[in-house]
Design a protein around this ligand. Structure first.
Ligand SMILES: Nc1ncnc2c1ncn2[C@@H]1O[C@H](COP(=O)(O)OP(=O)(O)O)[C@@H](O)[C@H]1O
Ligand SMILES: [Mg+2]
Length: 349
């Protein structure tokens, strides 16, 4: 069994490690496959552009199933690959997750509450939407944003024209700013036959738009856990997800769960599952891709995951010397500020 993986980052790398334990090989396809976190440990690599038709066909023909470690796979790339092999997480999941309006409309259609939002395509439509919102908001590019990039805060007293211009996009979403009490994520694995498993939820803290820490299982009301579990299951079913998908939510001060976004791939907030769960998110994905049964999603106590960004790398020697800490490093050169270089997991209860 050989799985094909689009992308060369740490999510691919950790999937390859998990797959290897199950006797599964991995072939990476990425424009920057050489000297990359995933490329370094793959059984095979193809270094080619995502619009290189011949390279895509050869790649598809050399693997049993294909997945992607990022959601922004171009539609034309998917169409080519899907003619030859099953592609995880599926075309509907990728298409929907690639656009912030599409994913929120799907949530709404399924009866899952979202923050109030407006599609903003020019400065005039921002003025109209801000008049309706009339309080603090957040403007985000609808596509290609990650780790808080392509986002800017806005208030009724902001210079709307200047804020709109700063995003350099005419495909933008205005969302009401949610004064959340917590952020929580849910992760589902769904097999080709539609059966699924949901991991215990994670509570997440962000710094400067980047995930800083996750704690799991989330100590939240059963009502909220049930709502999130049902929401991620409904979304996965609606998208006919094949693979894994995370749902990021806000918890409001009146204890309601609001949809923020979906990510149809392994998720940073579930890296604790590597040591903290009987089956990690990566192992579960490898099993689903290979048509193997699900592993158990039961946890061993309570876990904390901390991201290691470029600016944290000086702490690594001390972390390695700490018996309580599991250190994961992604093998990236260039420890730039804000760049995800690794993470640590530790049991906290
Ligand atoms: N509507 C909102 N209200 C309050 N905080 C928000 C809102 N949208 C985003 N944020 C904050 O910014 C973070 C990143 O935004 P998100 O929409 O998840 O984009 P990304 O794709 O960069 O993860 C969120 O996890 C949250 O902390
Ligand atoms: Mg997010």
């Amino acid at each position: 069994m050989i799985i094909g993986i689009l992308g060369s980052g740490q999510l691919g790398r950790m999937l390859i490690i998990a797959a290897a334990q199950l006797g599964i090989k991995a072939h990476i396809f990425a424009p920057d496959a050489t000297n990359s976190p995933a490329g370094d440990i793959a059984f095979a690599t193809t270094e080619a552009a995502y619009d290189d038709h011949d390279a895509l066909v050869a790649f598809a023909n050399s693997v049993d199933v294909i997945t992607s470690e990022f959601e922004n796979v171009p539609a034309t790339t998917l169409d080519i690959l899907a003619k030859h092999k099953t592609v995880s997480p599926g075309i509907a999941a990728l298409h929907t997750a690639q656009h912030r309006i599409r994913e929120k409309l799907l949530a709404r259609d399924l009866g899952i509450d979202t923050p109030a939002f407006w599609h903003v395509t020019n400065a005039a439509s921002l003025h109209t939407a801000m008049t309706k919102l009339n309080k603090d908001g957040i403007l985000k590019t609808c596509t290609l944003g990650y780790d808080g990039k392509g986002q800017v805060k806005i208030s009724p007293t902001s210079d709307f024209d200047a804020v709109f211009a700063s995003l350099e996009s005419d495909d933008v979403i205005l969302e009401e700013m949610i004064p959340f009490t917590a952020e929580v994520s849910f992760l589902i694995a769904r097999a080709r036959d539609g059966s699924s498993r949901v991991f215990p939820a994670s509570l997440n803290q962000h710094k400067d738009g980047i995930l800083d820490q996750s704690v799991a299982p989330a100590a939240l009301d059963d009502k909220l856990i049930t709502a999130g579990t049902q929401a991620v299951t409904k979304l996965a079913d609606a998208l006919d997800l094949f693979g894994v998908m995370a749902l990021e939510c806000f918890i409001t001060d009146d204890n309601r769960l609001l949809f923020n976004e979906i990510a149809p791939r392994p998720h940073n907030s579930f890296h604790w599952t590597i040591e903290g769960s009987a089956t990690s998110q990566f192992t579960q994905l490898a099993r689903v891709l290979a048509g193997m049964p699900f592993g158990s999603v039961s946890t061993y106590g309570c876990w904390q995951m901390d991201n290691l960004l470029g600016e944290h790398m000086e702490n690594v020697p001390a972390l390695l010397a700490n018996d309580q800490v599991h250190v994961h490093l992604y093998g990236k050169s260039g420890a730039k500020k804000g760049r995800k270089m690794g993470h640590t997991n530790r049991q906290i209860g």
